[in-house]
Each structure stands twice: as structure tokens, then as C-alpha cells.
Design a protein. Sequence first.
Length: 94
Amino acid sequence: MLCLLFADRIERKWQVCLGAIGIGVFGMLFARSTVPPALIALGVTVILCNNLLSYSFHNYQSKLFPTRQYRKEGAALLHTTFQDVLLSAPVPPR
């Protein structure tokens, strides 16, 4: 719901960039934090940035391709590639 406040005011590509930068910055701060309230606040902020990135990217990927046919095929290819990357990411040992 928070993304709706600025969804149409900022271009999608910049929303994707802001989401990615926010994930990186707040994720590193989250990793370094030791105070419980800061951990909670930074964790929520990382989740909000993840939601912004996901929401913006799914809307932006349809604008990357010029025609309806390319748009459908390109979006499917991007989605499949994204899922493959997520599945092949290493899981850290416990």
C-alpha cells in the first residue's frame, strides 16, 4: 500500500533502482545491527524495499518490449530466468 503513494509519480525504472539500492543499504545496516528495535525497523525496511522492487519490476518488464507478442514472450523469458537464478542461488549452511 505504501508503494501506491508514489507509484505513478516516479518512473518504474527509478523505482527498481531505488528498491535495489534500499535493499543493499538497509540489508547491510541490518547485518551490522545488534539492537533489537533497530533490527526490527531495518528488517521491515528491507521487506518494504523488496516489495517495491518486485512491484516495480513486474510493471516495468512489460514496458521493455515494443509489441504485444514480444511483450508476452519477453516477460515470460524474464520471469523464467529470474526464477532459475533464485533456484540456483546457494543456500548458506547453518
